[in-house]
Structure formats: structure tokens, C-alpha cells
Design a protein around this ligand. Structure first.
Ligand SMILES: Cc1ncc(COP(=O)(O)O)c(CNc2cccc(C(=O)O)c2)c1O
Length: 455
């Protein structure tokens, strides 16, 4: 109901007043922005009424799909009852309590507590401080260093961006901050050379042990990793990787942190990605699918190993946010999880639509441009290649990915390209027919890009 003039002038106003994340604003102002107005199921609609199949579920997050009125109704009820109150100074609110309980009911027997935040980045900053407080309380205050991975992504706060391994982010703002170290990523296609995936997985995991030896075990607090790297390109590690990582964390007495911001809440066909790999984290940041993006909320799932010390030994943990456990955001997340539970969406991903997507993606493998397909549940990547046999990638990786992405967009499909990897992360409610549509449009985009890149 904003004024008609303003609505018709949104593009110009956007350029004049609104700085976008991760965007070259000069280029964006020149090309203009696509104004998204509506969403329904697995589709979004722009202000010209054009419909797009959202193969990326917003930003990895709209797990239950768009337009679920139940969440709006739960939010209106809570908003009218108690629009905000905090959980500082001995107070709490029913949605925050009930949400913490519901999350931990899906997180395995050793995780029984949640610390709430407003985003996934804040969740990473939260465990970053929590891990050091934990080791202080354990009488090992020098265990402060965090080991993370190149090409990992953990957010845009100072600690989140430092924990992340994206060099091009570190260069803006003189990151990483002290005390954060990176080892290589388990990206076999690009970095495995002549090693088998299994050998490469072990080799990459053993870099953790080497880094611990280099830093000194008494100086290392934790290792953090996404079960499957998301923004880095949906990089599924070889099967040998996670068991070895878990073994090393246990043997060398460092905390294992699984960043579940993308992998959580059914994305992999399990409630959490670490469950797909059979490892148990001591700490796990969450966000995105927690509320399906309907309202901003994040948190850290805390194991009893850390939680009991935090409660029994630490006293005041001097950390937290105004919106930690925000009652309206928590109400939206509660309703979101109820839908995921009642419609058995996690099981659906594992037993039905995940395998269906896998079959669809497999049908693309015959294309000359497809170097590799990786998929777990409803999280997948198609690696583009100039020469399949040698795993040779295109010189201009960005151009290859953008060419596929733009062709798909023209044909009504939103896909994410990270360099020369096409990423899929559709809503968990996507139907078989919509997967067929997604695969068909992707095939056309891949064939088009092959012509462009080999012309
Ligand atoms: C693993 C992981 N951890 C933390 C964050 C940070 O969450 P917040 O954004 O809520 O602070 C993320 C977020 N991941 C994310 C966010 C925005 C864009 C893209 C992309 O792949 O283009 C990915 C993430 O993927």
C-alpha cells in the first residue's frame, strides 16, 4: 500500500537508497534489480508477473516453500499477544522455550540446549566465543585457536567471515582476525589430482592433525566445517573424510563444530547434515531452514559436553543479542518445524524426492559439459568441464557458470552458480513434475553454455 508513485518507481528508489549484499552496486544500478513480489509453493513471481521455479529456495532456506499461511497466522497471533520481549535478566517467552525443546528433540541424544541468535553469522560468532569460554572453564585457557577450511562459508560478521575461507572476503577488511587458521577443503574434483576420492578424503582430513601439531594441541579449541560446503559449491566430501575428522577431534581433544546453517532441517534427507555422515558435533550453528526464511532466526545447538560446563561451571556467559529468542521469530520457526514434522518432509527428501532429483541429475551426465554431479538429499551441484576425461575446467569459470545461470533464468528457473558449479537447493516440497521442469531447463542451459564456451 506504499504510494503508487513510489511503487512504480521502485527500481530508481532501490538504486538511490538501498545498498545490496555481495553486490557491485554500480553494475547493479546500471542493470537494475529484478523486483520479486510473490511466492507460491516452489515458485516466485516478479513485478511483471513472470514466474520462476526457485531451484535455490531463496538462499538455501525456504524449505517448506512459499505461501504457507499457517506461518503468517502463527506470527499474527504471537505478534498481537507479545510482539517482543527478551530473554535477558531472568525472563523468557513461551515460543523461545518450546522452540529450543523442539529443535533438540531432532538433534540426537547428546544435544539438549540451544542459544538463539538472529542469523547464521551471529550463530558462528556465538560458538566462537562459547568454545573459548568452555576451554577456560576446563582449565585450558590457551586452547583458543580455531581451525577452519579454505572455501568454507560461515557468514559475514567479523568472526563469521574470518572463519570462512573465502580469500576474496578476507581481502576486504583485513581478515581473518587472529587465532583462526585454514586447512584445505575436500574438493576432490578440483584438487584431488590422481588420488582416488577415498585417498584424497583421508589426506585432507589429516591436514587437521598436521595443523594441530603445528599450532600445539594445547592451543587449539575447535575445528569448524559445513557437513557439505554450501556457498563454496555444494562440495560433498569423499566418504573417508568425516570419520577421520571425527577421529582426530576426539583423539586430539578439540571441539567438533558442524555448521548446519544450510545442511540443517531436512536439506540432506536427515534433520541435520552431520547425521548423514554419522558424526556428532559438540556445537552446531543453525539458521535458514529453521524458519524457512519466513522470519530471521538462528542459533547454536550445544552438546551436553559443552552445555553442562556452561551451566555448571562458567556462571555468566556474557554474550547475546536483543533478538535472541525473539518470540515472533520463534513462533514462525515453531510452526515451520511443525509443518516439516507433520508433512514428514525430512523423510520425503530421504526416501522420495531426493532420489528423484538424483535420477534427474544423472540424466544430465551424458552432456559433454558435465564433469561431475554431486547430490545429497535436495542439495546438489553440477560441475562444468571443458574436458570430462581429464577433469579440465573452463579457463573462465565465472563466465561458464553465469552463462548457464542466465539461460536458466530466461527460461524461468532460478539456479545458483558458484564459479563453474551449478547449485541446486530447491524447497523440500518441490514436486516430481517441478523437478522434471528444473532438469529440463537446466539441460537447455548446459547445452547453450557448451555452445558459447566452445565457440
Ligand atoms: C554454512 C553457513 N553458515 C553461516 C551462514 C551465515 O548465515 P546468515 O547469512 O544468516 O548470517 C551461511 C549463509 N549462507 C549464505 C548466505 C547468503 C548467500 C549465500 C549464497 O550461497 O549465495 C549463502 C552459511 O551458508
Amino acid at each position: 500500500n506504499s504510494s503508487a508513485a513510489a511503487v512504480s518507481n521502485l527500481g530508481a528508489l532501490d538504486a538511490a537508497h538501498h545498498l545490496h549484499p555481495f553486490s557491485d552496486m554500480k553494475k547493479l544500478n546500471a542493470t537494475g534489480t529484478r523486483i520479486i513480489e510473490r511466492g507460491e509453493g516452489s515458485y516466485i513471481f516478479d513485478n511483471h508477473g513472470k514466474r520462476y521455479l526457485d531451484g535455490f529456495a531463496g538462499l538455501w532456506c525456504v524449505n517448506i516453500g512459499y505461501g504457507r499461511k499457517e506461518i503468517a497466522e502463527a506470527v499474527v497471533r504471537q505478534m498481537n499477544e507479545l510482539p517482543y520481549y527478551n530473554t535477558f535478566f531472568g525472563t523468557t517467552t513461551p515460543p523461545a522455550v518450546l522452540l529450543a525443546q523442539k529443535i533438540t528433540s531432532h538433534a540426537g541424544p547428546n544435544i539438549n540446549r540451544v542459544f538463539f541468535t538472529g542469523s547464521g553469522s551471529e550463530a558462528n560468532d556465538t560458538w566462537f566465543r562459547m568454545a573459548r569460554v568452555y576451554w577456560g572453564a576446563m582449565g585450558k585457557p590457551t586452547k583458543k585457536a580455531i581451525i577452519a577450511r579454505k572455501n568454507g562459508y560461515h557468514g559475514s560478521t567479523v568472526a563469521g567471515a574470518s572463519l570462512g575461507g573465502m580469500k576474496w572476503m578476507h581481502e576486504q577488511g583485513d581478515l581473518p582476525i587472529a587465532g583462526i587458521h585454514h586447512i584445505d577443503q575436500p574438493f576432490w574434483y578440483a584438487e584431488g589430482g590422481d588420488l582416488s576420492p577415498e585417498e584424497f578424503g583421508l589426506k585432507m582430513a589429516r591436514q587437521l592433525e598436521e595443523k594441530i601439531d603445528e599450532l600445539g594441541e594445547d592451543n587449539v579449541a575447535a575445528f569448524v566445517a559445513e557437513p557439505i560446503q554450501g556457498a563454496g559449491g555444494v562440495i560433498v566430501p569423499p566418504a573417508s573424510y568425516w570419520p577421520e575428522i571425527a577421529r582426530i577431534c576426539k583423539a586430539r581433544n578439540i571441539l567438533l563444530v558442524a555448521d548446519e546453517v544450510i545442511c540443517g532441517f531436512g536439506r540432506t534427507g536427515h534433520w541435520f547434515g552431520h547425521q548423514h555422515f554419522g558424526v556428532e558435533p559438540d556445537l552446531a550453528p543453525i539458521a535458514k531452514g529453521l524458519s524457512s526464511g519466513y522470519l530471521p532466526i538462528g542459533g547454536v545447538m550445544v552438546s551436553d559436553r559443552v552445555g553442562n560446563v556452561l551451566v555448571e561451571e562458567v556462571g555468566d556467559f556474557n554474550h547475546g543479542f536483543t533478538y535472541s529468542g525473539h518470540p515472533v521469530c520463534a513462533a514462525a520457526a515453531l510452526e515451520n518445524l511443525r509443518i516439516i514434522e507433520e508433512e514428514q518432509l525430512v523423510e520425503r527428501v530421504h526416501d522420495d524426492i531426493g532420489p528423484y532429483l538424483a535420477a534427474g541429475l544423472k540424466s544430465l551426465e551424458d552432456l559433454p559439459i558435465v564433469g561431475e554431479v554431486q547430490q545429497v538429499g535436495l542439495m546438489a551441484a553440477v560441475q562444468l568441464a571443458e574436458d570430462k576425461a581429464s577433469r579440465k575446467r573452463f579457463e573462465d569459470k565465472e563466465k561458464a557458470g553465469v552463462t548457464v545461470r542466465n539461460h536458466c533464468l530466461e527460461n524461468g528457473l532460478v539456479l545458483r552458480a558458484t564459479g563453474d558449479r551449478m547449485l541446486f537447493s530447491p524447497p523440500l516440497v518441490i514436486t516430481h513434475a517441478e523437478v522434471d521442469q528444473m532438469i529440463d531447463i537446466t539441460r537447455k542451459g548446459l547445452e547453450h553454455a557448451w555452445k558459447v564456451m566452445t565457440a
